[in-house]
Write a protein that binds this ligand. Sequence first.
Ligand SMILES: [Zn+2]
Length: 253
Amino acid sequence: MRDVLTALAKLWKIDEAAKGYDEELRSLPVKMDAMRADVRMLESLLASERAQVEEADALKASRIADLQERREAIARAKSKVSRARTLKEADAAEREIEATRRLMSDREREIAQLGVTVEAKRETLAEREKQLGEALALAEDETKAGEARLAEVREARETVVVGRDELVAALPRRVVKRYEKLRARDKYYPVSIIAEPTCVSCRMAIPAQLFIEIKRADPTEGPVDVEDLPTCPHCHAFLVHRDLIEPPPPAEG
Ligand SMILES: [Zn+2]
């Protein structure tokens, strides 16, 4: 039974060492995706600001064209006045000129207002373009750094999990199955490596008789069933004495 317990403790140590790397391999891509999403949001903001400027520009151009038409209309009306044969005709032409002038002054005010609006929007646009440029540069740097880190973590993880497959292959199948089930829990460890009669997984006291058995760690070889292995009565973690994986220094004298 002792070899099974030792293998279980080693397996747990490997998995615990790989845990941080696994977490990073999960969380880093999520962080990188979030950053890319931020950049895409800035890009879409920029596109909408750009569309607004184009819209305001187009409106201003159409108002300027309209103003030009009014100018031509006044010129035509003036020639009508000069060609008028009756007072009535002259009056009508004068009134037309007057109405057109009022419209023109409305248009001029509108064009000036549009000019101010377009100017303000252009400033916002320039600011957004600057922000996007910075965000793109940052995202590129962070992506490079993130990818380098992921490669580093994958490599480090590979080093840490060396020998895991062999350990798993050597353990009874039912023990591995139970171990994996226990490992999936968040609150407790699957293996509790103890030096004192207290479970390190749940912090509960371990009965004296059980602790003696754990310390003895039956060295008999032969088939071991999962039910034979000592487990914590509270959190069900496999219990392994620390001396099994870190043998104490030989007694002096
Ligand atoms: Zn426990």
